[in-house]
Design a protein around this ligand. Structure first.
Ligand code: GLN
Length: 232
């Protein structure tokens, strides 16, 4: 039996820049895997969404505060987050990886980060990992609100490395960023759509039902292929 929407429109929060999952194209329109997936699922399940690209930590805060009905932001399903979020079925698998400038030769393992400065984006699984291992490896941490300033800081040398999701770093490299990933990536979980724990159960159910349909009819693969490895 079809699940019916209970709201005329669901407000969905997302990251401000997390290519190829959400980013502005040359026409300044937000596109990407998360954007297309959310819209395709809403269309398939006949509900309305408005997407707001507020940044990762702000999306978390707005969803927790009930200002957003849900979030899709390349968000990893972690045990810690399961305390405060209900997650959809996973829709993508991604590790996190350390990125350095491609000209950097002295960073080959976490130990080599001793005394260096590592950037992370606020609220991310990478931040949790980097904070947890700070004393063990003896690096400094610099927290950024968005990816553009973090990536630019690596370019200009104000940080020595940053940690971010592997598909996002790989995509940036494909786009021409002179970065390298010399350290083995970390498993941080699969991506899921999330609602505040105990809220909007019909939205979560519609997401899962729509995702299953898009996987079965090939549309999910088309969306991923459209953005992955595409350097336009
Ligand atoms: N997957 C990572 C996380 O959930 C990063 C998400 C993001 O930066 N948009 O923390």
């Amino acid at each position: 039996k079809e699940i019916k929407p209970l709201k005329s429109e669901y407000r969905i929060a997302s990251d401000s820049l997390f290519a190829p999952f959400e980013f502005q194209n040359s026409a300044k329109k937000y596109v990407g895997i998360d954007v297309d997936l959310m819209k395709a699922i809403a269309k398939k399940q006949k509900f309305n969404v408005s997407l707001d690209f507020v940044g990762f930590q702000t999306a978390v805060d707005q969803t927790q505060a009930g200002h957003a009905d849900g979030m899709i932001a390349g968000m990893s399903i972690t045990d810690e987050r399961k305390n405060v979020f209900d997650f959809s079925d996973p829709y993508f698998t991604a590790n996190a990886t350390v990125a350095v400038k491609s000209t950097t030769t002295d960073i080959k393992s976490y130990k080599d980060l001793k005394g260096k400065t590592v950037g992370v984006k606020n609220g991310t699984a990478s931040q949790a990992f980097i904070d947890k291992n700070k004393d063990k490896y003896g690096y400094n941490v610099k927290v950024f609100d968005a990816a553009d300033t973090m990536y630019e800081s690596l370019n200009t040398g104000s940080i020595d490395a940053f940690m971010d999701d592997e598909p996002v770093v790989k995509y940036a490299i494909l786009q021409g960023k002179k970065f390298a990933t010399p350290i083995e990536p970390e498993k941080i979980g699969e991506y899921g759509f999330a609602v505040k724990k105990g809220t909007n159960p019909e939205l979560l159910a519609m997401f899962n039902a729509g995702l299953a349909k898009l996987k079965a009819n090939g549309d999910y693969d088309k969306i991923v292929e459209k953005y992955m490895g595409n350097t336009d």
